[in-house]
Design a protein around this ligand. Structure first.
Ligand code: FPP
Ligand code: MG
Ligand code: MG
Length: 313
């Protein structure tokens, strides 16, 4: 039974739709649909309705998390326009994120596959865990780096890994091959997602607000230490004090940026992203070849993986 919310419904729908305006990169649906078709091409080449639904759900869960994230981060811009929380205020924005998650849950239940429900629910759990981990800083630099990698998996790679696995399970792979294919899809998504987030963290210290459509150097301003500053701190141990106090004193951010520039932190971040991307491509090479030998979708996944290293936003 559904209740009529009257005039509230219109505002809630408007708010919930606000960031679905194709201004995002849509990398998640692109990867998920291409992964799905790389499996299906051995049989019928079509994207199944349930697989398409996973691509939609991936983007919906991601967008809901961004609406919440802009409240947590007090960020005023998203995808080149005012964040939902700026236009409607944080309370309505948080509720809109919840509403999108509610709609996603109904869509997910309609797929009716318990394992897929569990994979997508894990994505939501990981997003919250990743965001929660960011609120504190570990004491030692070794722990900080491990924490950063765990957080990166939770915040970004989990969504790619679990949705890629979900579309493999929903494809028409022969039953003797399904587990292995689903695990490969998961591993590809995980490595792709790690590379994608490392480049995001690099862009945060190299790109401008205009390039990104959101504020640059946001991580340091929020007290967060990502790969560029963590690598830089191995060369310049004085950064440890700044990392531990989460860049809270005047001049900390400027000093951190200076030391990042003088260090090989950016190059090492890029190199680590490259390693994850190469591993993602290696995993693709062990997928079953397409029947016609063209491997169109596997080649496209390789291309998308390599392009993520070159992206500017
Ligand atoms: C963007 O990171 C944020 C995320 C990838 C995840 C945010 C997750 C939550 C707020 C938990 C709630 C989750 C749900 C599903 C409602 P960022 O701040 O580093 O990047 P940005 O520069 O794009 O803001
Ligand atoms: Mg943010
Ligand atoms: Mg954030």
């Amino acid at each position: 039974m559904s209740y009529n919310l009257g005039c509230y419904e219109q505002e809630l729908n408007e708010l919930a739709k606000y960031h679905f305006d194709t201004k995002g990169k849509l990398i998640r649906p692109m990867i998920i649909c291409t992964m799905a078709r790389s499996f299906n091409q051995q049989h019928d080449n079509f994207l199944h309705e349930n697989q398409r639904c996973i691509a939609t759900l991936g983007e919906m869960i991601h967008t809901a998390s961004l609406i919440h994230d802009d409240v947590v981060d007090s960020s005023d811009r998203r995808r080149g326009k005012p964040a939902a929380a700026i236009k409607w205020g944080p309370k309505k924005a948080v509720l809109a994120g919840d509403y999108i998650l509610g709609i996603s849950s109904v869509m997910l239940a309609r797929i009716g596959n318990c394992e897929v429900i569990s994979l997508l629910s894990r994505v939501i759990q990981d997003l919250v865990r990743g965001e929660f981990m960011q609120l504190s800083t570990k004491e030692s630099d070794a722990e900080q780096f491990q924490d950063y990698l765990n957080k990166t998996f939770c915040k970004t790679a989990s969504l790619f890994a679990n949705t890629c696995k979900a579309v493999a399970l929903l494809g028409n792979i022969p039953s003797n091959n399904i587990k292995q294919s689903a695990d490969l899809a998961y591993d590809f998504g995980k490595n792709f997602g790690m590379a994608f987030q490392l480049i995001d963290d690099l862009l945060d210290v190299t790109a401008t607000d205009a390039d990104l459509g959101k504020p640059a150097t946001a991580d340091l301003k929020l007290g967060l230490s990502t790969a560029p500053v963590l690598f830089a701190s191995q060369q310049f141990p004085e950064l440890q004090d700044l990392i531990l106090r989460r860049f809270s004193e005047s001049g900390d951010i400027e000093r951190a940026l200076e030391l990042i520039d003088q260090s090989d932190g950016k190059a090492r971040t890029y190199h680590l992203a490259e390693q994850y991307a190469n591993e993602a491509c290696r995993i693709l090479s062990s997928f079953s070849q397409s029947l016609d030998g063209s491997n169109v979708f596997l080649n496209l996944l390789t291309h998308l993986t390599q392009s993520t290293l070159k992206r500017r936003r």
